[in-house]
Design a binder for this molecule. Sequence first.
Ligand code: CO
Length: 134
Amino acid sequence: MFGRIDHIGVAVDDLDGAVELYSEGFGMREQHRETIEAFGVEAVLLEVGEGHVELLRPLSGDSGVGKFLERNGPGLHHVAYQTSDIDSALEQVKAAGLDLIDQEPRRGIRGSRVAFLHPKSTGGVLTELVEPVH
Ligand code: CO
């Protein structure tokens, strides 16, 4: 169902500070920056091999990432698995009894199609499915 891990999402309150940390500490280059109003975040993708780290800064306190930061502080937020067919992957996880946050894929970063699963049904790990633009 999944090709590989596409990215991990990291919640940050200081985006430029986080970019500097990953760049100077790990030599990871900023590849893409995008404000995604629908998710209430400004996001930066950093390259690591074929995968990415997705740094997420909330645009407001009442966004999902804003609430996460309020509760937990900065840190690991979600894991995203890559699929070439998100519609059938969603059907499969639904059939397996997992709780979906998104019943239908939404537009994610860089024109991808994404859907989140509820962490209550995935062992506490907020899980994203992502179908990149082909
Ligand atoms: Co993500």
